[in-house]
Design a binder for this molecule. Structure first.
Ligand SMILES: *Cc1c(COP(=O)(O)O)cnc(C)c1O
Length: 397
């Protein structure tokens, strides 16, 4: 006998770590008629979204918006600042760091890729050691993925900055915040980041389709002599948007309507500090569930726990993708797959973006039922542990 009808009812649970659930308000905003991107109404929109994004990046510097996925914003960061053959220090924190490295190699950069075990973030001591050994300053940039979405591990960016400063090294610091921005505390200016890379479809609660760079004056200056070929991605033409509100080519107008709505929700209604606390709390509840099931959180260092997703190791000889398939078929919930060398070994629970306590409870119930159906050795009580935490009289704030 089948447990579930094949046609699903109610809402699909999109609990992958991006794209995330888009609020109905944002979808409605996107549905407005497209306007003339050279007209006065557009200029107001352009200036508003750049100003809002600066508050999210916590920068007074330049913010650039591309009609692209996050990968485009990666490319923009590299081609606007570097020259062919430049040495770049990168770290194997997981799948996304490996893809960024692959791109940098294809662009003709000379990558020093520090090996990692996909369970830790970037080690500040290693950054200091590598830069300290580079007396001739051949390394032109250090690239770090803030929140490695393939592993659920977050690197402590202020400590990376401190390591670069301790080595007295002039390399640019570039940080991928595609799955952390607007979910976890991030400070472009205060943390001395030169280029921050972001995208629309994760913490910003938008559909895919916008890529962002926040750019320091030092990175803009590096662009004056950088010789990598660029045209579409060139910052120079884009850097004026904050002042004029206009873009050098047709922007993704309707996504910008959605961005304006999402920024209102994040900045003016909930407020970023509350957004960050909410993500921390949901991440903690999720980890309590994982421990309650007797399973293992992939992130090996509690200082590096991600607030936007949790990667869960399934016991050896079990296939994590089979668990995901059973959960999708039975309960209409999508979980993140294991990427690269983690294929089949983990599943990932996204708890970022437009999300609340009961959505998390539903998500964890779906996982617990799926573990049961898939015959994964585990204990009951994971959901109970999360409920106890979330339902505590003090709200576990
Ligand atoms: C999602 C993601 C990317 C890739 O972004 P796309 O929008 O798919 O191009 C890169 N880095 C990180 C950390 C991500 O989470």
């Amino acid at each position: 006998m089948k447990n579930q009808p094949t046609g699903h009812t109610g809402r699909h649970f999109l609990q992958i770590p991006g794209p995330t659930n888009v609020p109905d308000r944002v979808l409605h905003a996107i549905a407005a008629p497209t306007i003339d991107h050279r007209g006065p109404e557009f200029a107001t929109l352009g200036k508003e979204v750049v100003a809002g994004l600066k508050r999210v990046f916590q920068t007074k510097g330049t913010v650039v918006i591309y009609p692209s996925s996050g990968t485009g914003a990666w490319e923009a960061a590299l081609v606007n600042t570097l020259s062919p053959g430049d040495r770049v220090l990168m770290f194997e924190t997981g799948h996304f760091a490996s893809l960024w490295r692959q791109m940098a190699t294809r662009l003709g950069l000379d990558i020093e890729f520090v090996a990692g075990d996909w369970r830790h973030g970037v080690d500040p001591a290693q950054v200091q050691e590598k830069l300290g050994a580079d007396r001739e300053h051949r390394i032109k940039a250090v690239c770090v993925v803030h929140n490695e979405t393939s592993t659920g591990v977050t690197t402590r960016i202020p400590e990376i900055r401190a390591a670069i400063d301790a080595a007295r090294h002039p390399a640019l610091l570039m940080v991928d915040t595609i799955s952390s921005l607007a979910s976890m505390d991030y400070r472009h200016d205060e943390w001395g980041v030169d280029v921050t890379v972001a995208g629309s479809q994760k913490g910003l609660m938008l559909p895919p389709g916008l890529g962002f760079n926040a750019v320091s004056d030092k990175a803009l200056a590096a662009g004056k002599t950088a010789k990598l070929t660029r045209s579409y991605w060139d910052w120079q033409a884009m850097a004026e948007t904050g002042q004029t509100g206009f873009f050098p080519y047709t922007p993704a107008t309707n996504l910008l309507y959605g961005l304006r709505e999402a920024l209102t929700m994040l900045l003016d209604e909930e407020g970023l500090p509350a957004v960050f606390r909410r993500h921390q709390r949901h991440a903690e509840a999720t980890r309590r569930a994982v421990v309650g099931w007797g399973l293992t959180v992939l992130c090996a260092d509690p200082r590096e726990y991600s607030s936007s997703l949790t990667a869960v190791l399934v016991p050896d000889a079990h296939d994590a993708d089979r668990v995901r398939d059973i959960i999708l078929d039975g309960f209409d919930m999508s979980l993140g797959t294991g990427l690269g060398k983690l294929k089949g070994k983990i599943f990932r629970i996204g708890h970022l973006g437009h999300f609340n306590d009961l959505m998390l409870c539903g998500t964890l119930c779906g996982v617990e039922m799926g573990l049961h159906r898939a015959g994964i050795p585990h204990r009951a009580g994971g959901v109970a542990a999360a409920l106890e935490f979330l339902g505590a009289p003090d709200g576990a704030a």
